[in-house]
Design a binder for this molecule. Structure first.
Ligand code: ATP
Ligand code: MG
Length: 281
């Protein structure tokens, strides 16, 4: 973790501007989505889901497995088209993949034939920066995610947590309008997970960008987000939409011991209904 706090003056392009929260960044508008399963049956994954996310807001989506969380992100990334309804980014209906989104998954997408530095520089190539600029920015971003000294390392030489850091730096390098994160810390051990949550929030606080985080970890959702949306079991519908009014900047590690944190987490557990919808509070 050493390094990224010291390097706070290094910012990706257009970062640091206060987000205009009166503008809508993401709109999921009355979306229904159906898949056809292998045996030809129709699976309704999402039904009548609407979500408005103002510019710069950090939203977490939680809900039981199979309720359509990844489907929502895939729609916003332009990978699937909703059966009914529409999704928009910055007022434009999403019709295909674009540089507007930075998508990060549980399994890192680090390119094995490129060094850490070249992986991050790849994100910058998409932006058309010069080679010298790309390498300098890649190194700065790697330093910010605590990987100074590992610029020339390949995937096989890095731990899973380090690979996720590379993926994080590359996603930052793309400088997207919105971050779509699908359980990005899910496959990490508990300690590394908290360290990376902390790092992401620090980096994000500097950029003021919109984030949609899908997670199964309720503590992660409450610790990181401004707002948590709970989906019902499939077909996913909005069950609740909870404002997380914990102060920023947030200390991801110690906020977990806050009384308000416990209340919010308990409320979300209850809404998810892990015991077949029963109250656990
Ligand atoms: N390509 C597909 N073909 C058929 N059914 C699919 C397909 N993709 C997803 N589904 C179904 O749609 C539903 C929603 O899937 P989705 O991956 O969005 O859920 P999820 O909430 O992300 O689940 P998890 O928490 O397990 O990742 C699931 O029941 C799944 O089986
Ligand atoms: Mg999923």
């Amino acid at each position: 973790m050493i390094g990224y706090r010291e390097a706070t003056d290094i910012r990706v392009k257009s970062a640091g501007d206060a987000p205009d929260r009166t503008r809508l960044s993401i709109k999921v508008d009355r979306v229904r989505h159906e898949y056809i399963s292998q045996n030809g049956e129709r699976v309704v994954a999402l039904d009548d889901v609407s979500i408005d996310v103002p510019n710069g807001q950090f939203v977490a989506i939680v809900g039981p497995s199979g309720c359509g969380k990844t489907s929502i992100l895939n729609m916003l990334a332009g990978l699937i088209v909703p059966t009914r309804g529409a999704v928009s980014i910055d007022g434009e209906i999403v019709t295909g993949t674009s540089r507007a989104v930075g998508y990060m998954f549980a399994r890192d997408g680090m390119l094995p034939w490129r060094t850490a530095q070249a992986n991050v520089a790849f994100g910058l190539e998409v932006r058309g920066a010069s080679k010298a600029e790309r390498l300098a920015q890649a190194d700065a971003l790697l330093e910010r995610v605590g990987l100074k000294g590992f610029e020339r390392a390949f995937r096989s030489q890095l731990s899973h947590g380090m690979r996720q850091r590379v993926a994080l730096a590359r996603t930052m390098a793309i400088d997207p309008k919105v971050f779509l994160l699908d359980e990005p810390f899910g496959a990490l051990d508990a300690q590394t997970r908290i360290v990376l949550q902390e790092e992401f929030v620090r980096l994000w606080e500097n950029t003021g960008k919109t984030v949609l985080l899908v997670t199964h970890d309720i503590s992660e959702a409450v610790a990181m987000a401004d707002r948590v949306i709970v989906l019902s079991p499939r077909p996913g519908r909005i069950k609740s939409d909870i404002a997380i009014d914990l102060p920023r900047p947030r200390d991801i590690e110690s906020v977990r011991f806050d009384e308000k944190f416990a209340r919010l987490a308990r409320r979300i557990w209850r809404d998810i209904g892990v015991r077949g919808g029963g109250d656990i509070a």
